[in-house]
Design a protein around this ligand. Structure first.
Ligand code: HEM
Length: 510
């Protein structure tokens, strides 16, 4: 028995030594010494992941190799290495890791977010950038965003001095904007609150947030899945069934309306300019008529869910962080109000077309996205062997670019934890390079950036222009980060607002 006890540490030491030797021989990047059998470096990971990985990088350097269970992983946390991965090695790293979540909510890794690089992904990307998220289409649907913002400021006016949960409020407005663009429907606020369809939609959104954290131990230790430990898998499967059924019912509804429209050649949805302001489903169904084999209902459902999933929480959370920062930095809030007043006076509410005259507002948003990027870590995977920083990176390595670490690194940004929108004044966008990339970069970079910039700018600009704000509770707004995929705040932002006297009249007519 004693011999067995002696053997265990001996075997472990031998294992660690051999691993380390092989690591060096294979010219892999620096790695923490203790990589345990089976779990590798998983024992090092704690939430929030971006902070843990930043801690590891500060010890081992900007290129770190980890074995996360069965997944070889490359952690990158400097602008130059990120650039090397996303420019020189862009195609090699253009795959996504095949995590369990992608099997269910990514239609077996075939949706735009989850598909590997290749013809199918390129096609989806083309459809989304040319047909759905092109500047002309985004511009065409600007009325939806203006209308939702108008409803928001009206609601705030009617509820002045009440405690408002901004997290919930912002999630509702961004979801309404996206669903109106996708299907011409709004599910928050208004008279539809009790309708069965609304209740179903809200349930789906709540479940998506509940299961939204993609971490699943089976992703790293597949043997657990064989042993029957399925984690969130059942929940994800059921959620996807519900989402799929819901989106299909919207497609059927549109199909029916389009057929009726065709018969009566009605022009009920034409804009003032006579051009038809089609929803995304209508655009996709028109394409389906021309190419039914490619534009299947499955492809349409996949795109609807991707846009809803990628476009709501991200924009809402960005606005919530930014407003929180402004409440803790009242001088910046005043300065932004003055900028808007100077440019627009007090006789019209801010519109999207005003945004490019408001550089300080842009600087505030950039600074907030620098400090609190809502995609703190971007996951890719290598489809072949390549070199990064002179090290060999094997095929099938998961790449985690730690955007949060880069954007909060004192070697990259002066006093990074200080909110200083002024640092962006007069700085051209190109100058940020890979130091600032809240929307990612390279061929898998965010296709919704143009839309997101408009939504965030318009909502935030309107809130700043029309109201004076105070946080609820003692002291400063709590800026701690909570667990979750899109860097949520640990505590939702609670506020009270009062309309600015000069805008009461304008708001009541809005
Ligand atoms: C402030 C808001 C947003 C932020 C910060 C953001 C950020 C990001 C980031 C960091 C990525 C990953 C990039 C990469 O892997 O290299 C991404 C991907 C993506 N985003 Fe956004 N995003 C936002 C809003 C939106 C909106 C409004 C949409 C569309 C309605 C959208 C659609 C997508 C899609 C489809 C992808 C996956 C692209 C692919 O894999 O090819 N995002 N976004």
């Amino acid at each position: 028995m004693e011999t067995v006890y002696m053997c265990i540490p001996l075997c472990l030491a031998l294992y660690l030594f051999t691993r380390h030797l092989l690591h060096k021989l294979h010219n892999l990047p620096p790695t923490p010494f203790l990589s345990l059998p089976i779990i590798g470096h998983l024992y090092l990971l704690k939430k929030p992941l971006h902070r843990t990985l930043a801690g590891i990088s500060s010890r081992y350097g900007p290129i770190v190799f980890l074995r996360l269970g069965s997944r070889p992983s490359l952690i990158v946390s400097s602008p130059s290495v990120a650039e090397e991965c996303l420019t020189k090695n862009d195609i090699v790293f253009a795959n996504r890791p095949q995590l369990i979540a992608g099997k269910y909510i990514g239609y077996n890794y075939t949706s735009l977010v989850w598909a590997n690089y290749g013809d199918h992904w390129r096609n989806l990307r083309r459809i989304s950038t040319l047909e759905i998220l092109s500047s002309s289409r985004i511009q065409m649907l600007s009325g939806i965003r203006a209308d939702e913002v108008r409803l928001l400021v009206r609601w705030l006016l009617e509820n002045e001095n009440q405690t408002v949960n901004m997290k919930a409020m912002l999630f509702e407005i961004t979801t309404n904007v996206m669903m109106r663009m996708i299907a011409g429907k709004r599910y928050y606020g208004g008279s539809m609150a009790e309708a069965e369809e609304t209740v179903k939609f809200r349930e789906i959104m709540a479940d998506t947030i509940r299961l939204g954290d993609m971490s699943n131990i089976g992703d790293y230790l597949p043997m657990l899945r064989w042993l029957g430990v399925k984690g969130k898998e059942e929940g994800l499967r059921e959620l996807q069934r519900k989402r799929d059924r819901f989106m299909q019912s919207l497609i059927e509804e549109h199909r029916k309306i389009m057929a009726e429209d065709k018969e009566s050649s009605s022009s009920c949805c034409n804009g003032d300019d006579g051009e038809k302001k089609k929803t995304m489903i209508e655009v996709m169904l028109s394409l389906q008529e021309k190419e039914p084999d490619y534009y299947t209902d499955l492809i349409i459902r996949g795109l609807m869910l991707v846009l809803l999933g990628a476009g709501t929480d991200t924009t809402a959370t960005t606005i919530e962080w930014t407003l929180s920062l402004l409440l803790n930095n009242p001088h910046a809030l005043k300065k932004a109000q003055m900028e808007i007043d100077n440019h627009l006076g007090d006789n019209h509410l801010i519109q999207e077309s005003d945004l490019n005259q408001l550089p300080y507002l842009h600087s505030i948003i950039k600074e907030s996205q620098r400090m609190y990027p809502v995609g703190p870590i971007i996951p890719h995977e290598s489809s072949g062997e390549c070199t990064v920083g002179g090290y060999r990176i094997p095929h099938g390595t998961m790449l985690l670019v730690n955007i949060w670490a880069i954007q909060n690194d004192p070697r990259v940004w002066e006093e990074p934890r200080k909110f200083m929108p002024e640092r962006f004044e007069g700085m051209e966008l190109e100058k940020h390079g890979f130091r600032l990339m809240p929307f990612g970069s390279g061929r898998r970079g965010c296709p919704g950036e143009g839309l997101a910039v408009r939504i965030v700018g318009l909502v935030l600009g309107s809130l700043i222009q029309c109201f004076d704000w105070e946080s609820v509770g003692e002291g400063m707004v709590d800026m701690r980060e909570g667990p979750g995929l899109t860097l949520p705040k640990a505590q939702p932002l609670l506020v009270r607002c009062r309309p600015r006297p000069a805008f009461v009249d304008l708001l009541s007519k809005a």
